[in-house]
Design a protein around this ligand. Structure first.
Ligand code: PBG
Length: 350
C-alpha cells in the first residue's frame, strides 16, 4: 500500500454527500448552540464543601491545591463571599484536633465542637445561606471509622444511636440540613425521629444514599485528618468496605436510595460523582426526587492537579465536569470548585 502523495487539501474535488440530516447545522453559531442547549449550570446548583479548623489561621490541604482548612473567622468571611456569589449552601467538615479524638468519637456530641461553633457563627453573620452538616464519626474517632468500633467491627445499631446524638447537636446549633454520610442501616429513620422529637421538624435530611467505598476520598481524609488517625491504629486497615458500597454495584444503589426515601430523606446523594454518572442517572430516573452528586476531593485533585501542571484547561474541565452532572440528572452538585464556578458564571453573564 503506497501513500497517496498526490492528495492535497487544495486538490480535493468538490463533494456533496447529499445528506438531508446535518446535525452540525445547529452547532454552527453561538446563538444557535445556546438555543438548542438542553441543560444549564447556574449558581443555584452549587453546594460548597469547606474544611474547618481551630485557631486563627488557615492551612492548605496539600492534595487539594487551592483548598484550605479555614478557621471560623475565615469560614464566616468565605460564607459571606459565597452568599454574595449566590451560592445557596455550604457544607461543613471539621479537622478535629487529634487530642480530642477518641475511640467513641465523643467530640461529635459536644454542642461546642468546631462544627457547632462554626454553624452558629455563620448563621449569625449570613442567615441567608444554607448550612449542611455531615453526620459521621470519622473526624472524631481515633480509628477514623464513621461508626462505633467493637472488636474490629463497625457495629451498626450502636453507631446509629451515636449518629443521632451528633445530628441533634448540629440541629441545635442551627444546621439547616443534616447530611448522614456514614452508610449505617436505618440511620435516616432514627435521625428523622429524633429531630422531630427534639423540635427540629423543619430541619432537612440529605442522605448520602449511594456512597461508594472509593479511592477518590483520599485527599479529604488528609484534610480532616482521618487517614492519619487510621494509620496510628495498627488494628485497622482503614477499609470502609463493610459499610460503604462496592463500586461494582448499580442496582444496590437503587435499593439504598429507596430505603433512605422511605425513612424520610428529603434529598439523596450519589458519591463520588464523575465515575458514577450512570448511578446518578438511574437514581434520578427511578425516583424523580431532589438528587445531588458529590464531586469529591480526589476528583477535584485530578482536575486541579492536571490544570496546575498545564496538562488540561482547568476552567473548561471544571465547567465540563459540572454540566455532565446536570445532564445526568443532578439537581445540584457538592463541589470544591463552587466559588470559582460562581465567579466564572457571573463573568460570563457580564
Ligand atoms: C465522611 C465523609 C467522607 C467524605 C465526605 N464525608 C470520607 C469518607 O467517607 O471516608 C468524602 C468527601 C470527599 O472526598 O471530598 N464520612
Amino acid at each position: 500500500f503506497e501513500r497517496r502523495k498526490d492528495v492535497h487539501l487544495d486538490t480535493l474535488p468538490a463533494a456533496d454527500l447529499g445528506l438531508t440530516k446535518r446535525p452540525r447545522r445547529n452547532r454552527r453559531a453561538e446563538w444557535s448552540r445556546r438555543l438548542v442547549r438542553e441543560v444549564e449550570l447556574t449558581t443555584n446548583d452549587l453546594i460548597w464543601p469547606v474544611f474547618l479548623m481551630e485557631g486563627n489561621q488557615d492551612i492548605d490541604v496539600s492534595a487539594m491545591p487551592g483548598v484550605s482548612r479555614m478557621c471560623i473567622e475565615t469560614a464566616v468571611r468565605e460564607a459571606e463571599r459565597a452568599a454574595a456569589l449566590d451560592i445557596p449552601a455550604i457544607a461543613l467538615f471539621p479537622y478535629t484536633d487529634p487530642v480530642l479524638r477518641d475511640e467513641a468519637g465523643t467530640e461529635a456530641f459536644n454542642s461546642r465542637n468546631l462544627v457547632c461553633r462554626a454553624t452558629r457563627a455563620i448563621k449569625a453573620a449570613v442567615p441567608e445561606i444554607g448550612i449542611v452538616t455531615d453526620v459521621a464519626l470519622d473526624p472524631y474517632t481515633s480509628h477514623g471509622h464513621d461508626g462505633v468500633l467493637r472488636d474490629g467491627v463497625v457495629v451498626n445499631d450502636e453507631s446509629v444511636a451515636a449518629l443521632v446524638e451528633q445530628a441533634i447537636v448540629q440541629a441545635a446549633a442551627g444546621a439547616d440540613v443534616i447530611a448522614p454520610s456514614d452508610m449505617m442501616d436505618g440511620r435516616v429513620a432514627a435521625i428523622r425521629e429524633a429531630l422531630d422529637r427534639e423540635g427540629f421538624r423543619d430541619v432537612q435530611i440529605m442522605a448520602y444514599a449511594a456512597k461508594y467505598a472509593s479511592a477518590f476520598y483520599g485527599p479529604f481524609r488528609d484534610a480532616v485528618g482521618s487517614s492519619a488517625a487510621l494509620n496510628t491504629s495498627p488494628a485497622l486497615t482503614g477499609d470502609k468496605r463493610t459499610y460503604q458500597m462496592d463500586p461494582a454495584n448499580g442496582d444496590e444503589a437503587l435499593r439504598e436510595v429507596a430505603l433512605d426515601l422511605e425513612e424520610g430523606a428529603d434529598m439523596v446523594m450519589v458519591k463520588p460523582g464523575m465515575p458514577y454518572l450512570d448511578v446518578l442517572y438511574r437514581v434520578k430516573e427511578a425516583f424523580r426526587v431532589p438528587t445531588f452528586a458529590y464531586q469529591v476531593s480526589g476528583e477535584y485533585a485530578m482536575i486541579e492537579g492536571a490544570a496546575r501542571q498545564g496538562w488540561i484547561d482547568g476552567d473548561r474541565a471544571m465547567m465540563e465536569s459540572l454540566i455532565a452532572f446536570k445532564r445526568a440528572g443532578a439537581d445540584g452538585v457538592l463541589t470544591y470548585f463552587a466559588p470559582r464556578v460562581a465567579q466564572l458564571l457571573r463573568e460570563q453573564r457580564g
